[in-house]
Ligand binder design. Sequence first.
Ligand SMILES: Nc1ncnc2c1ncn2[C@@H]1O[C@H](COP(=O)(O)OP(=O)(O)OP(=O)(O)O)[C@@H](O)[C@H]1O
Ligand SMILES: [Mg+2]
Length: 243
Amino acid sequence: MPAENVVRTRGVTKVFRLGELSVPALKGIDMEIKRGEYISIMGPSGSGKTTLFNMIGGLDKPSEGRVYIDEVDVAQLDAYELAWLRCRKIGYIFQTFNLIPVMSALENVTLPMVFAGMSADDSREKGVALLSRVGLGDRVHHKPFQLSGGQQQRVAIARALANDPAIVLADEPTGNLDLNTGKEIIQLLKTLNREKEVTIISATHDLKMIDVSDRIFWIRDGKIERVERRADIELEVGTVEGQ
Ligand SMILES: Nc1ncnc2c1ncn2[C@@H]1O[C@H](COP(=O)(O)OP(=O)(O)OP(=O)(O)O)[C@@H](O)[C@H]1O
Ligand SMILES: [Mg+2]
């Protein structure tokens, strides 16, 4: 039986040191995220969203505090287990897509499967299925530069799903997309969240994201200012959309 909290943090702080200067980016983050939730982390530039994203994703270590994934303390994992977590349990989506330029869409999507030990034939079949799922069945052999921004982000989403992760972490997934393409990507993430019961945690400035989120963590100056359920702010969203 999987643990109820897929992500839990306790007192997470992060202080970056730049010579004499210390920059407190996170000042004690406590959060609990349940399996299958769609969470948005919203806040102004510099509020600590990417820093928190990196802590949850095991890409960086907190200065203090704990991050638990499926109730396992990430700090207790050895290098091999941490690599497993990053490869199998979590899928990552970035603002700038971060596709490998010399590889085709299909090769980008199958790469994490190959790292996970899947055979070439199986990974190819699964890669084509995932690309079809994100609407790119007819673009599998295109290289990133032959794809639009929205299509590149779809490839990145397919890649994030390569190893059936429990969690997809997305840092500003619509940050480089126009309004309509951004909407499509948000809808796609929501559909995948429902269909595959994957937990989505997205750092974003994009108010359109509120519409699909179960809860919104508002972060300011390295602290969680408030947590809202979408149901409680429907009126406000209507106002935003109407502008
Ligand atoms: N490697 C680093 N070294 C020093 N300071 C850093 C580093 N990374 C982030 N910071 C600082 O930590 C704070 C939080 O940065 P972070 O990137 O998490 O913000 P953000 O909320 O993601 O902003 P944005 O919306 O612009 O992406 C900022 O004040 C930033 O300058
Ligand atoms: Mg950021």
